[in-house]
Design a protein around this ligand. Structure first.
Ligand code: MN
Length: 359
């Protein structure tokens, strides 16, 4: 297991590589080139410069999060083949800088969503929060406007301005698409891309839908145990796998997160873990919290033990943190709370590992 931290390149992060290097037990970062328009090839020279910058700070670059998927691929339009070809070329370029794992998602139109990026918790810290009724009261452009104005000037991955312009038309488009058609579009993408992932030895790790239930009638795929089984069976290559995000899946109260981790980690097809905690106020209403089990609904001991005991040897990152100690940072991605979270998770891992009977 390798503990890493998400970092935004190109001066788009308040957290520096030097700071990340000083978090005990953190060996690398998950990052991306956020200025490349979705659908275009990531240039080799830019990737080499990114790798060199990260290596110079004493950190590894083995995980990319994310190379986003062009909407035409999700819609199944004829133009998808051009974008899939570009995606495969990006995979080739990523292999040349030593990337081993590629996180992506297949969420239509709006990627992740929250109704509040700075909800005040009892202790005075702030965290991202979700209230389904609040979301439904707003139209998509109001959500986009609110999220971007709350983001303190940082880009929000998945909420790129060029994507937002088309939002309403895209939502309309999906109203006429069946779930089966959407699954077929996902399979078409996998069948085209996975052979390149195999050739270039990069594990494709899909991220669950966040939140894991439908907004505005949009299709959802990676959101519960049955659908994850279905996803893995669409293409049985060991290069077709998962980013298992505890917080995203945990947002559906019906999901038993430790059981989901156990089932899929034991197949060897989980390559990347996002671990954070959330607390439900009611169904489809939750706040993100500190990682500690007692701060939220997820039992982190059980979650980490499920990864450990099923032979997980991929990457873990402490996911979204709260904003604490006056830090000014991109919502969810400050230094302090994620560093605390990473060391809590490392502590759990060490305790579980040292108390496990040696095989
Ligand atoms: Mn996640």
């Amino acid at each position: 297991m390798k503990m890493i931290i998400r970092w935004f390149s190109g001066g788009d992060d308040s957290v520096t590589l030097e700071q990340i290097r000083q978090i005990p037990g953190v060996s690398g970062v998950a990052t991306m080139l956020s200025d490349i328009p979705v659908g275009e090839i990531w240039p080799q020279t830019r990737l080499e410069a990114l790798r060199d910058e990260i290596h110079a700070a004493g950190l590894e670059l083995e995980v990319i999060e994310s190379v986003n998927i062009h909407e035409d691929i999700k819609k199944g339009l004829p133009s998808r083949d051009k974008y899939i070809k570009n995606y495969c070329k990006t995979i080739e370029n990523l292999s040349k800088i030593g990337v081993k794992c590629l996180c992506y998602n297949f969420m239509p139109v709006m990627d992740w969503a929250r109704s509040n990026l700075a909800y005040t918790l009892e202790d005075g810290s702030t965290a991202m929060a979700y209230d389904h009724d609040e979301i439904l009261k707003m139209n998509p452009s109001m959500i986009a406007e609110k999220m971007l104005s709350d983001s303190k000037g940082y880009s929000l991955p998945g909420w790129e301005p060029e994507r937002l312009k088309l939002m309403s038309a895209d939502i309309d488009f999906y109203q006429n698409m069946t779930m089966e058609q959407y699954w077929e579009n996902l399979k078409y993408f996998l069948d085209a891309v996975i052979p390149y992932a195999e050739k270039y030895d990069i594990k494709m790790a899909i991220h669950p839908d966040d939140p894991p239930f439908s907004i505005y009638g949009l299709p959802k795929t990676i959101n519960n145990v049955e659908n994850i089984r279905k996803f893995l069976s669409l293409n049985s290559s060991p290069y077709n796998g998962l980013t298992l995000c505890a917080g995203s899946l945990g947002a559906d109260m019906n999901n038993d997160v430790p059981a989901i981790v156990s089932e899929f980690a034991s197949t060897g097809r989980v390559y990347f873990a996002h671990i954070r905690n959330i607390k439900h106020l009611e169904e489809k209403v939750f706040t993100e919290t500190a990682h500690l089990s007692t701060c939220g609904d997820l039992d982190m001991f059980k979650v980490v033990k499920a990864f450990h005991d099923n032979g997980f040897d991929g990457y873990i990152r402490s996911d979204h943190g709260r904003m604490i100690w006056g830090e000014q940072a991109r919502p969810g991605y400050g230094l302090y709370d994620r560093a605390i979270g990473a060391n809590y998770l490392l502590g759990l891992w060490e305790a579980i590992d040292k108390s496990s009977p040696k095989k």
